[in-house]
Design a protein around this ligand. Sequence first.
Ligand code: SAH
Length: 347
Amino acid sequence: MNTPKDIRDLSFEELDGYLKSVGQETFRAQQIFEWIYKKGAVGFESMSNLPLDLRQRLRQDFDLKPNAITKKVVSEDGTTKFLFDLLDHEKIESVLIPTATRTTACISTQAGCKFGCRFCASGIGGWSRHLSCAEIVTQVLHVKEESQKHKRPLSNIVFMGTGEPLDNFDNLFKAIRIINSDKAMGIGARHITISTVGLVPRIKELARQNLQIELAVSLHGFDNASRNVLMPVNRKYPFDELIEACRQYVKATKRQITFEYILIKDVTCTPKAVQSLKKALQGLICKMNLIPYNPVSEFDHRTPSRQEMLTFRNRLEECGIHATIRMPRGRDVAAACGQLRHAHLEK
Ligand code: SAH
């Protein structure tokens, strides 16, 4: 006998197709989607408007279990971090980030990471596997449940957890369609952000699809040489090619791009970097999200002082590059990329 499939791996159309094959109508697919994605059902028994024999059939054919929560930590600022144990005992993390104006879920797309950026905890233990669509949407369901407990409806999704979203393209987009669909979670595309290490062919693909989704690109280096040192992926997709793909993206979609840029003392947060960025980004419709380096013990970078970061930001602004400093959240609970998972693996 096959192990039952997770029902959250099915798109609406696939679920509808399955239901038709067992003699059911489309409105049943709608009901099931509502139970799972609007009411947060974890189990078919509670789906009280479905006939009993259909519930039994679903139970035979599919799985619908919550993730096992290995750890949940709440920061002083309300940021809540989850570490989940998957069926094969891979560990993944998700974060709930409440701010004054929005409530954001930060979601992982892979167990581990292939890209080995020289400041990020996610890559240290290497890469294990892609997450399935079900594993991606289930994280969102958990964070959504937690946010509802605090009467803060989930408003935004950022794919900035462990892994490279665009390296897991098919599962990611299947999950995004569910997150976005009014039949399921109904979170608007403009409230969904994909953050990429800079996979040029995938950025071009996104430009062709012209979705309403927000794109954030981890730039971190200010020229080819500095990016080579910080991000090994730059040897495959060099700085200039990446910027060119971003220009094409902005042109094709008429959407702005966000660049994430890490602030490391004496490395990326320097006057030379400002001049180089000014040249590279000339005329490109973008904004810069400056992320203070969050210390990871394996790397010996330092975080600049507050004054150094403000000076850097102001210099960029003077060059016409709109830049904001992303305030660190949940530091006391290791909320930076991959830190909780990494700490767990260490043990
Ligand atoms: N693979 C995607 C998602 C990564 S996480 C990407 O590369 O964009 C989201 C952001 O956190 C990325 O910009 C990543 O480079 C950054 N980041 C990782 N480790 C960090 C650290 N120690 N301090 C600050 N930012 C970090």
